[in-house]
Design a binder for this molecule. Structure first.
Ligand code: PEP
Ligand code: MG
Length: 568
């Protein structure tokens, strides 16, 4: 049995497919038969073109035209005589195909990465992709196409990038195991959105597991079994059926209001990353969007999305929600979210660095573009603006000032927008928590980001497996912080929501009911689970449990007390 981080609930039983990281080193040799070498090179280029064309048309059908255009751009590049022509010339001069590919690509990568224009710099990373693909073909390295693995596959990889995860066909992949990543890494969030059981941060699993090994992934407990014995396997077949049955029971909560056992209403919203996810939120019966992670729009593009592109995305989400609230978090980049074309500096401590609202206020033109797009979209639904990583009052004041400026401009030129558009504050840093009373006077609403609040309160990197044992929202310090933030919001009469992953935790929900949280924002697939759990707790019972728990000094004791009381 191997232990890892339980990242996406459910039981997966299937056959392993290891996604290996390839060694692209080769021997540089002088070529005598240059004609044969050119033939080998041309064959690789033709295969590259055919593969890329097929992938682009598949992506166009499954995901969309914009995503397909990135691959089509690779075809244009390799067909350019200054690229393949130069490579051919080098082979004529006696270089091997691998070294010709590497030299020409590196020359262009160096050139493009020096340029000031974002679009041009993005070319550098596209050429790097082309180089890797050509080298793999020349070295005879077989690529596993994640989108085409057989039904019943368990993917084992060192890491899954969000773009790899988005290629996964959920009909075929029944489990995910990785060597890195934590509960709130973006691949974990995507795995949950796809409802695929996932266990992350299992040490050395890519070396231990072999293709075609049978495996069990318990994404609820964070355990993995390779080639399990008969009795382990049969107990997991039962557990899997049990899980599926419970999921079916939850369907009874579809279309029902979200109320506690004693009839108090709560709002139950969803976290989304793209306007397409907004449909999923509605299908899953979410009552609004509590967190639209707008940075995905920026990450999924090879250029800074224009004001109109952003406006269309926000408008689409607002229209999909048909008047229900859509809280758009402004650009939250940096930390573990890089956007290559923005060419952000590499930092020693990215989580403590130039990220989120800090980057936005330092790049006002980029930020204003986004705020204008959001304010324009507010004419099409109930949009709210939310500011991430606030640490001081000046930040929220500055954002409100920018929004006021945009409103004045729109008033002057007759652009329609919602005059009552709210500006709220994410509370996800210890500083914001400690000054929550001041911030509550400035913000129209709060949303607690427990993913970061836990990281910063406990001083643990949220993706580092070695310190994951400290990364818990049930640490007394984190619980005190959450309670305090909610109290400050209530005293000031503003609503307080939670959009961190803890909002859907069955152990956390009774505490949040007791503290007085007004809005829970969860992954769309967890809406019914959260509604079911909320319905089981009365305020009185939740208060009794909270009183006991808040008097306990250790995370271990707190979790034990909550597990004893949990109603699932
Ligand atoms: C959080 O920090 O809790 C949060 C919701 O934001 P993200 O996970 O995107 O940092
Ligand atoms: Mg955060």
């Amino acid at each position: 049995m191997y232990k890892g981080i339980a990242a996406s609930r459910g039981i997966g039983i299937g056959s392993v497919c290891v996604i290996a990281e390839h060694d692209l080193t080769y021997e540089k040799k002088k070529i005598e038969d240059t004609a044969a070498e050119k033939e080998r090179f041309n064959a690789a280029v033709e295969k590259f073109k055919a593969d890329t064309m097929a992938q682009a048309s598949d992506i166009r059908k499954r995901i969309g035209p914009k995503e397909a255009e990135i691959l089509e751009g690779h075809l244009v590049m390799i067909s350019d005589p200054s690229m393949s022509g130069e490579m051919s010339k080098m082979i004529d001069a006696g270089q091997c195909a691998e070294s010709a590919v590497e030299a020409v690509c590196d020359m262009f990568i160096g050139m493009f990465s020096q340029m000031d224009d974002d679009m041009m710099r993005q070319r550098a990373s596209d050429i790097s992709d082309v180089k890797t693909s050509l080298l793999k073909l020349l070295l005879g390295i077989e690529e596993v196409d994640i989108g085409k693995v057989a039904p019943g596959t368990i993917i084992v990889a060192r890491d899954l990038t969000p773009s790899m995860t988005s290629q996964i066909n959920k009909e075929n992949v029944v489990g995910i195991i990785t060597e890195v990543g934590g509960k709130t890494s973006h691949s974990a969030i995507l795995a949950r959105a796809l409802e695929i059981p996932a266990v992350l941060s299992v040490p050395d699993i890519t070396k231990i597991a072999k293709d075609k090994d049978s495996a069990v992934v318990d994404g609820t407990e964070g355990t993995v079994y390779l080639n399990p014995e008969g009795d382990v396997l049969s107990s997991y077949v039962i557990k899997r059926e049990d899980f599926i049955r419970k999921q079916a029971e939850l369907k009874g909560f579809l279309g029902k209001p979200t109320v506690t056992a004693d009839g108090e209403s709560r709002e139950l919203f969803c976290n989304i990353g793209t306007p397409k996810d907004a449909k999923k939120a509605v299908e899953c019966d979410g009552e609004g969007i509590g967190l639209f992670r707008s940075e995905f729009l920026f990450m999924d593009n090879n250029h800074l999305p224009t004001e109109d592109e952003q406006f269309n995305a926000y408008k689409e989400a607002a229209q999909t929600l048909a008047g229900k609230p859509v809280i758009i978090r402004t650009l939250d980049i940096g930390g573990d979210k890089d956007i290559p074309y923005l060419n952000m500096k590499k930092e020693e401590n990215p989580f403590l660095g130039y990220r989120a609202v800090r980057y936005c206020l330092g790049n006002e033109e980029t930020y204003k573009l986004q705020l204008r797009a959001i304010v324009r979209a507010s004419a099409f639904g109930k949009i709210k603006i939310m500011v991430p990583l606030v640490t001081c009052v000046e930040e929220i004041r500055k954002v409100k000032e920018l929004v006021s400026g945009i409103k004045k401009e729109f008033d002057a030129n007759g652009t329609p927008y919602d005059k009552d558009i709210e500006v709220g504050c994410m509370i996800e840093t210890p500083s914001a928590s400690l000054i929550a009373d001041f911030l509550a006077k400035e913000a129209d609403f709060f949303s607690i980001g427990t993913n970061d609040l836990t990281q910063y309160t406990m001083s643990v990197d949220r993706g580092n497996a070695d310190v994951a044992y400290l990364y818990s929202t049930f640490q007394p310090s984190v619980l005190r912080s959450i309670k305090h933030i909610i109290e400050c919001g209530r005293n000031a009469g503003i609503p307080v929501g939670m959009c961190g992953e803890a909002a859907a935790d069955p152990l956390m929900i009774p505490l949040l009911i007791s503290f007085g949280l007004t809005e829970f924002s969860v992954n769309p697939v967890l809406v019914l689970t959260a509604r079911c759990i909320i319905s089981k707790w009365s305020k009185k019972e939740a208060d009794a449990l909270a009183e006991k728990v808040m008097s306990l000094p250790t995370e271990g004791e707190i979790v034990k007390a909550l597990k004893e009381a949990v109603k699932e």
